[in-house]
Design a binder for this molecule. Sequence first.
Ligand code: NAG
Length: 222
Amino acid sequence: MELESNLNETSSSWTSNLTKKRVAFIGTGVLLATAISIIVVISVKSSSKAPLALSVFKDKMNLIKDEIKWISYSTDNYSLTDALPGSTGSVDKNSVYLCRAEQLAYLLPGTFDQTDALCKVAYIRVRTNRKFDLLVTRNPSRLVWEKESAIGLKESSGRLKIGAISGGYSNNEELSVARFDYHGYMALGDLSLKYKEARGPAAGFEQHSEYYDVLYVADYAL
Ligand SMILES: *[C@@H]1O[C@H](CO)[C@@H](O)[C@H](O)[C@H]1NC(C)=O
């Protein structure tokens, strides 16, 4: 009788150990998957401030998991549900959304205009795309536009805070998402840290600005 109960204890503690191990294993897998999916969206750039504690970092990643993502669309099948508008303001400024499209060997963030349902990116000239991704978020308060400028970037040694949304790449450089006002029209495009200027399509041409907003995950850059 005593032996049997001992056996039972041993076996149940062994099972619970195994369960714990399995749970830990699954937990690691989920974290890894989360980390990989987040890396696609967020460029983690060096910051002048101290890095986040790892546990806080993981918590934040879990929070934004599935909340912010790029979804593939075309001119024929797009939906603006949960798409990020360029600005809240005049009706005209509301009619553009953040998109990105492949251009030559690059991936460039740009402006999706409802009036023609095309994603326009600026690369030497304005290039229109029928295939594109829209940045979608179920919780718009997780994203915030923060003012930045060429002068400000020079002062911070050309670095952005952690949490800037990555919009693509060109010339071996990761591009952040930026927007700027061009004579009352909101141009959505990219920021090159090399040139410290935002670039976007407006009035039919590639436009540049030394004053712009950069898109960040809110409450991420502490
Ligand atoms: C829309 O069409 C494009 C191109 O045909 C396709 O890659 C994409 O998956 C489609 N998106 C949806 C949400 O159906």
